[in-house]
Design a protein around this ligand. Structure first.
Ligand code: ADP
Ligand code: ZN
Length: 715
């Protein structure tokens, strides 16, 4: 049994091993037990029900609310050689009939179905005739009103267990909180089910928080360093998405906005173009993403602060699903917090609900303001113990330093006191820095004793320190008085010199960036340049093939698979199938085309005169050899020594390529060399010079090596 599932993983998905928990979950399902699976977005939930569906006889019903996603999921399964279909309102009635018929005659392994479709008409009655052996309930938090995405139509699933007591149920979700979890089990009537909670860590996602100043400039410079990489920018408002998208378009980037106010047609077009890699950047409200399974999203930027950590984690989780490195950035400023707080205060929620929302927002703020490893904060939010810093967040890369900022705090606080606690951030900074603008003069603030006492710090430094003071409770803010700062008991202690204040040292953005860039080696080694160039070429081929088949490129191969190909340069069937993500069906469909691309890339990059990279030079020799050229001709064509060519062929043979070594040396020479070698007891790894001399320099080193290789093969 256990071999079956690993075999299926390799054959259908091209992966060599299971991720943590996947194997246990599959075993549980195969033992007909119910289970609940909690894994982060991109964690690998699908395999948990797809492998059992493939291995066991009968049909697996997958319930999912994400209609837009079904087509791609089914397409991806078919691309892996698994027979699958979907039923939802996008199909014509004759198409639906056809799918129902396929289900009935047992042609399908998996059937994706929207909950409203499952309970409409007589589908539910049909299920009895369909030999259903497993129900997978995807996005199962939708059944709970405690979850963040309750869907009433999911409630009908409550009957499922009653009607099909013998069919196991696997419920899956990326929502972790305990209340929702318990409710899912209760609603589905599977309270005895085993619960599997995978780690929520996604180590391939880098975590960054940047000060929210000149956001567009920062995004542009980010995009210039991430040419061609697809990503999502999340904004708070529809208007925001439009302005950001427009500025990026003006700067020449392929960006589009996406929000619920756009016509459905436009939205699905934008989404489609993004999936197909025709648009690089989507600027969206949170309306975007639920229906997105694109595995090669390489970065996510939060233009504004999300309202809670769950949403934030889900949104950044859309990057790097393929496991390759991906970047996430959150822009943060003090104004973002205020905006969010205002939104909560002005909403028509109950007081209790508002309190909860403020508490959730506060956790998000703690993340944004952290001066310890950010991943620790995230994972502890999801109740996961972590005992080390991650090394892949901006705090780990740029450790913070604290300093005694009592004087800074006193200056700011006395500015507040002298203005009768009527000023907000902008005005306070102007007073401290001594700006003589109209507003200041009008109020006569230029005559205050605090005017200009803080001109040793730049405006952005003051903004940063004032936010920190506010956040650590050294003063208050009155949202209902145009965000004016107010003194509190702590402020008074500080002003009287009874209390010391520490703040985190401000690092100018440019300096922070420079420091991060120091970590990136300036000049890439040749090997890497070649790898990147080959990756680009393979990416183009992938795009062509995907367009021809009208599927998104990541359905052909993931970025992770392409990058492994670019590194290992497989040119035989066995080598290609050893690449993670190349299963039997994928190889059948695309194997040859990708091998040919690697071969032609090798040819292009090994022309005489270019400094040749090891992997490529073998490939070029192999290509010529396969075309029937002799060692002599190959060596002439390649402008290399025949001895070198022979050593290539020996190496290629060892790697499993079909090379007829025997034809390269005549029998008499072979025997003479081997006899002589045995006489003086020399083997292939010894220095060959004594043998060369014993043979009166009659045979070159190529022939000697060849004889050894052949001898090894025969013995
Ligand atoms: P989720 O549904 O949890 O968000 P998916 O099921 O879409 O995640 O899986 C995310 C990615 O990880 C997919 O590209 C999938 O093919 C890949 N994946 C899943 N299991 C494995 C594995 N055992 N080894 C390598 N890649 C895997
Ligand atoms: Zn860290």
């Amino acid at each position: 049994m256990s071999d079956n599932k690993l075999e299926a993983l390799k054959k259908y998905f091209g992966y060599d091993s299971f991720r943590p928990q996947q194997a246990e979950i599959i075993d549980t399902v195969l033992a007909n037990e119910d289970c609940l699976v909690l894994m982060p977005t991109g964690g690998g939930k699908s395999v948990c029900f797809q492998i059992p569906a493939i291995i066991r006889e009968g049909l697996t019903i997958v319930v999912s609310p994400l209609i837009a996603l079904m087509k791609d999921q089914v397409e991806a399964l078919r691309g892996n050689g698994v027979s699958a279909a979907y039923l939802n309102s996008t199909l014509s009635s004759s198409e639906q009939d056809r799918v129902m018929w396929q289900a009935k005659v047992g042609e399908l392994k998996l059937l994706y179905i929207a909950p409203e479709r499952l309970f409409s008409g007589n589908t539910f009655e049909f299920l009895r005739e369909w030999n259903v052996r497993l129900f997978a309930i995807d996005e199962s938090h939708c059944i709970s009103s405690w979850g963040h995405d309750f869907r009433p139509e999911y409630r009908q699933l409550t009957n499922l267990k009653q009607r099909f007591p013998d069919v196991p149920v696997i419920a899956l979700t990326a929502t972790a909180d305990r209340v929702t979890r318990r409710d899912i089990l209760k609603q589905l009537n599977i309270e005895h089910a085993q619960t599997f909670i995978a780690s929520f860590d996604r180590p391939n996602l880098s975590l960054n928080v940047l000060p929210g100043r000149k956001r567009i400039e920062q995004i542009k410079s980010f995009l210039n360093k991430h040419t061609g990489q697809a990503g999502i920018i999340y904004c708070l408002s529809r208007k925001g998405t439009e302005t950001v998208a427009a500025s990026l378009q003006n700067a020449g980037f392929r960006a589009e906005c996406y929000h619920a106010g756009l016509p459905a047609e436009k939205r699905s077009k934008v989404q489609e173009h993004f999936l197909r890699d025709d648009i690089q950047v989507i600027v969206a409200t949170i309306a975007f993403g639920m229906g997105i399974d694109k595995s090669n999203v390489r970065w996510v930027i939060h233009y504004n602060l999300p309202s809670n950590v769950e949403s934030f984690y889900q949104e950044i989780g859309r990057a790097g699903r393929d496991g390759s490195p991906a970047d996430t950035t959150l822009f943060y400023s003090y104004m973002d917090i205020i905006t969010r707080q205002d939104m909560i205060n002005n909403s028509d929620q109950s007081a209790e609900q508002k309190e909860l929302l403020h508490a959730k927002l506060n956790r998000m703020k703690q993340y944004a303001e952290a001066d310890i490893c950010r991943r620790r904060i995230l994972l502890s939010y999801f109740n996961e113990a972590v005992d080390h810093d991650c090394g892949n967040c901006d705090v780990c890369r740029n450790p913070r330093t604290r300093f005694d900022a009592t004087v800074i705090a006193q200056k700011a606080l006395s500015g507040i006191a002298r203005t009768d606690q009527k000023v907000a951030m902008g005005m306070l900074i102007d007073i401290l820095r001594g700006s003589r603008n109209r507003n200041i003069l009008q109020h006569g603030y230029d005559r205050l004793p605090t005017f200009g006492v803080g001109n040793e710090l730049r405006g952005e430094e003051w903004a940063e320190y004032i936010s920190q003071l506010l956040n650590s409770g050294v003063m208050d803010i009155a949202y209902d008085e145009a965000h004016a700062f107010k003194l509190n008991p702590v402020s008074r202690q500080v002003l009287k010199g009874e209390r010391k204040i520490e703040l985190v040292k401000f690092i100018p953005l440019a300096e922070r960036k420079a420091k991060e860039e120091e970590l990136i080696p300036k000049e890439k080694p040749k090997q890497e340049i070649i790898r990147d160039a080959l990756f680009e070429q393979l990416r183009l081929l992938r795009k062509q093939m995907a367009d021809a088949l009208a599927v998104p490129p990541y359905v052909v191969f993931s970025d992770a698979t392409l990058s492994e190909m670019a590194q290992k340069k497989p040119i035989s069937e066995a080598q290609m199938k050893a690449v993670s993500g190349v299963g039997a069906e994928k190889f059948r469909r695309y194997g040859e085309a990708f091998i040919n691309e690697i071969l032609s890339f090798a040819k292009e990059n090994t022309k005489p005169g270019t400094r040749v990279v090891k992997g490529l030079t073998y490939i070029e020799t192999l290509d010529l050899y396969k075309n029937g050229y002799s060692v002599k001709v190959i060596s002439e064509k390649r402008d290399l020594n025949p001895v070198t060519i022979i050593s290539h062929l020996i190496k290629l043979k060892e790697d499993g390529h079909e090379i007829d070594l025997k034809s390269l040396i005549d029998d008499k020479s072979y025997k003479t060399i081997i006899n002589a070698a045995q006489e003086i007891q020399i083997s292939k790894n010894d220095p060959l010079k004594p043998l060369f001399e014993l043979l009166n320099e009659q045979f070159d080193y190529g022939q000697i090596r060849l004889a050894f290789a052949l001898w090894e093969e025969n013995n």
